[in-house]
Design a protein around this ligand. Structure first.
Ligand SMILES: Nc1ncnc2c1ncn2[C@@H]1O[C@H](COP(=O)(O)OP(=O)(O)O)[C@@H](O)[C@H]1O
Ligand SMILES: [Mg+2]
Length: 365
């Protein structure tokens, strides 16, 4: 076995997922996943750190350490579950928590303390996957398309759509055509729906889209959210995050007179519209879309997405052998492997970087 762990905590701030992948055979095999929710206090602190505030440096340091302890707990649990010793895991690729992403001036911050994680797990840790791509004039995001290309390509063009806090699409032109592969952020995935239900019911997310299902699409609001936001019309490469799509953004629109459930339903539609536009405008001749990320677990979102396309089949990555919840984590296991083997982790066509680069930074066990 050649086992790598990939650790991800995405923009949803729902928790930490660590995925174990065996790269021994040509086709990587996911052999385990372990997740842990973020404790409420840490979650709120991470959320607050996403926008300017008081004493950010000390607060970031503390949050990074707490988060690293949580990553270590999950990694150690996963090792126990799989009966692996630290020496059996070649490395952990740890993404950390993005609190700022500023491609316009070539900088990004993912909170994680690689030294602490290496200390607590006794495994080599790779972090900081984005800066090198940015140093080469890339957006530093999204990074997962390179992994999607390596494991999901087939003869026919395909699209992989990850619906996390933000949704992003990877277009795979076909096997052996890495230069035709590209990816970009479509827009908000679950993030605005999460924020809206949190505000009104204190719930982390709209389970199975039930609240959205009780509302109606408000076309006037949808037009304002979708047609008037320049991000949706920008040409890739492009990436986005909480800096743009947050509650302030939503509340600056004409939502005051719209019933709250209708806002939720309209936000779900916004996610679907932005994915649909992304595919139709920029992913030519795609016949199949495979969805991953937490959004794949929302039946209303999946059904609405299926209905949005006439000639394109919409399924999930389960059909390709990697469960929807494991794909992002597996991507960071793959990125760690690329680093250890001194191979590039980016695709310049995706990020806009000047060339292929080895991504990451090593904290030895
Ligand atoms: N059963 C479900 N019904 C509706 N939404 C869900 C469900 N399960 C997960 N989600 C959504 O998926 C999100 C987490 O997705 P994830 O892929 O982990 O995103 P990220 O990479 O941003 O952390 C949750 O915040 C929630 O919005
Ligand atoms: Mg998550």
């Amino acid at each position: 076995m050649t086992v790598y762990f990939g650790a991800m905590s995405g923009t949803s701030l729902d928790g930490v997922d660590i995925v174990a992948v065996d790269f021994y055979e040509e086709k990587p095999r996911v052999i385990g996943i372990e997740s842990e929710e973020l404790p409420k206090k840490l979650r709120n602190e991470l959320l607050n750190l996403c926008s300017p505030g008081f004493d950010e440096i000390n607060r970031s340091q503390k949050a990074a350490n707490e988060l690293s302890e949580l990553y270590a707990l999950v990694a150690n649990n996963l090792m126990s579950k799989l009966k692996l010793a630290p020496k059996d895991v070649r490395a952990i690729g740890a993404h950390g928590q993005t609190i700022r992403h500023n491609p316009q001036f070539g900088a990004t911050t993912q909170l994680i303390n690689g030294s602490l994680l290496a200390e607590l797990t006794e495994v080599d840790v790779i972090t900081d996957f984005r800066h090198r791509d940015m140093a080469a004039e890339g957006e530093g995001a999204p990074l997962v398309p390179a992994f999607h290309y390596s494991v999901f390509s087939s003869q026919e063009p395909r699209a992989i759509v990850n619906i996390g806090g933000i949704s992003n699409v990877t277009y795979i032109g076909g096997a052996g055509k890495s230069e035709e592969t590209f990816g970009f952020d479509c827009g908000p995935g679950n993030m605005l729906m999460d924020a809206w239900i949190m505000k009104h019911f204190g719930e982390r997310y709209d389970k199975d889209g039930r609240w959205a299902a009780s509302g109606k699409i408000n076309q006037v609001l949808l037009t304002e959210l979708f047609e008037k936001e320049p991000y949706f019309r920008r040409v890739p490469p492009k990436s986005t995050g909480r800096e743009l799509f947050n509650l302030d953004w939503l509340e600056s629109k004409s939502i005051q007179k719209v019933p709250k459930a209708d806002v939720q339903r309209t936000l779900l539609e916004l996610t679907v519209c932005s994915i649909k536009k992304s595919i139709l405008d920029f992913c030519p001749s795609v016949k199949e879309i495979f969805v991953c990320g937490g959004g794949a677990l929302n039946p209303l979102l999946m059904q609405t997405l299926k209905n949005a396309f006439r000639d394109i089949k919409v399924g999930s990555t389960d059909m390709l052998g990697i469960e929807t919840q494991s794909v992002e984590g597996a991507a960071f296991a793959w990125l760690a492997k690329q680093f250890i083997e001194h191979r590039p982790g980016n695709l310049p066509a995706v990020t806009g970087a000047k060339g292929f680069r080895v991504l990451g930074c090593l904290y030895p066990a």
